[in-house]
Design a binder for this molecule. Structure first.
Ligand code: MTE
Ligand code: MO
Length: 306
């Protein structure tokens, strides 16, 4: 990062104090002067508190996880993001928080993240197309961030947007999707302790193709809910129309919970292939996180609310 964040960039005084507190204990995101004109973002040295929420399953290799991606802003091929994402400039990144909250504002990425202690969470992530992976993410619960902005009682949903800049994201020059990429969660889903904001993986800063500098990880939903390279977070009362709902409403619903019993209109969701493996395995209800999240959907018809 090229400059020291100004305290005034953090609107709420309490946040500033928390940040000072945090600096004293020197945990969270750090800055390191690099040799080039812009300093590189670095993470504090681990070990980070670690939580394996993937039942000890073998990790997907770094190589697979960084070269087989979906990130349509850089092309629709699985290898396109790894090839093209170097165009994305993540130094001097900022995120706007708006809508139904008491403390909206635009924050430098470092200021947004610094108050939070990072932890490592090993999650399964399953793509709606039928592949899956197991990744050690570095991040912190989204709910901890959202609470800082004091959502009002009208905040029923949280909406996220990816950067829109066709010069950096050449895929946006084509109308494959409506840009910018938009995703959303119901407030209780967003506040759930498994919902993670990730800034790194495998102990390192997120590679651009994996959604640097900040991405969502919602492990019980299909991968497309885990929006990458976030620049906007908005609290609102009505359910948003997300990018994939707009593109194909019969195929992609708002909830998109991993559910082997509800097929995609064009293929079954009963099985999945772990990247790097040959044989398919059974897909688990809520991607294996039913115990933690099934209560969020009690009484809902999951065929209707797919
Ligand atoms: N902005 C944005 N976020 C996105 C996507 C995308 O195309 N654009 N693809 C989604 C899909 S379909 C999946 S499966 C995951 C893939 O994450 P990975 O590349 O880290 O495997 O990112 C999701 N987040
Ligand atoms: Mo996906």
């Amino acid at each position: 990062m090229s400059r020291e964040p100004r305290p005034s960039e953090i609107t709420p005084e309490s946040l500033y104090r928390r940040r000072r507190e945090f600096l004293k204990h020197s945990i969270g995101i750090g800055l390191l002067a690099a040799s080039g004109p812009a300093a590189a973002l670095v993470l504090p040295k681990g070990p980070y508190p670690r939580r394996d929420v993937a039942d000890g399953e073998k990790l997907t290799s770094w190589k697979h996880a960084t070269t087989y991606n979906n990130f349509y802003e850089f092309g629709t091929g699985k290898e396109d993001p790894a090839e093209n994402a170097h165009r994305l400039k993540t130094d001097s990144w900022s995120v706007t928080i708006e809508g139904e909250c008491e403390k909206p504002g635009t924050f430098a990425f470092e200021d947004l993240v610094r108050p939070h202690a990072l932890e490592e969470r090993i999650y399964r992530l399953r793509c709606v197309e039928g592949w899956s992976m197991v990744i050690p993410w570095l991040g912190f619960p989204l709910g901890d961030l959202l609470r800082r902005f004091r959502p009002t009682s009208r905040a029923k949903y949280v909406v996220f947007e990816t950067l829109y800049d066709p010069e950096q994201m050449p895929g946006q020059k084509w109308p494959i999707l409506k840009w910018p990429y938009v995703e959303g969660l119901r407030m209780d889903e967003a506040m759930h302790p498994l919902t993670l904001l990730a800034v790194g993986m495998y102990g390192k800063v997120l590679p651009n193709q994996n959604g640097a500098p900040l991405r969502l990880v919602v492990p019980w939903k299909y991968g497309f809910k885990s929006i990458k390279s976030i620049v906007k977070i908005r609290f609102q009362e009505r359910q948003p129309v997300t990018t994939w709902m707009r593109a194909a409403p019969r195929e992609y619903g708002f909830y998109s919970n991993v559910n082997p019993e509800v097929d995609h209109p064009r293929w079954s969701q009963k099985k999945e292939r772990r990247i790097g493996e040959f044989f398919k395995r059974d897909t688990l209800m809520f991607n294996g996180y039913a115990e933690e999240v099934a209560h969020l959907y009690r009484g809902m018809d999951l065929r209707k609310y797919f």
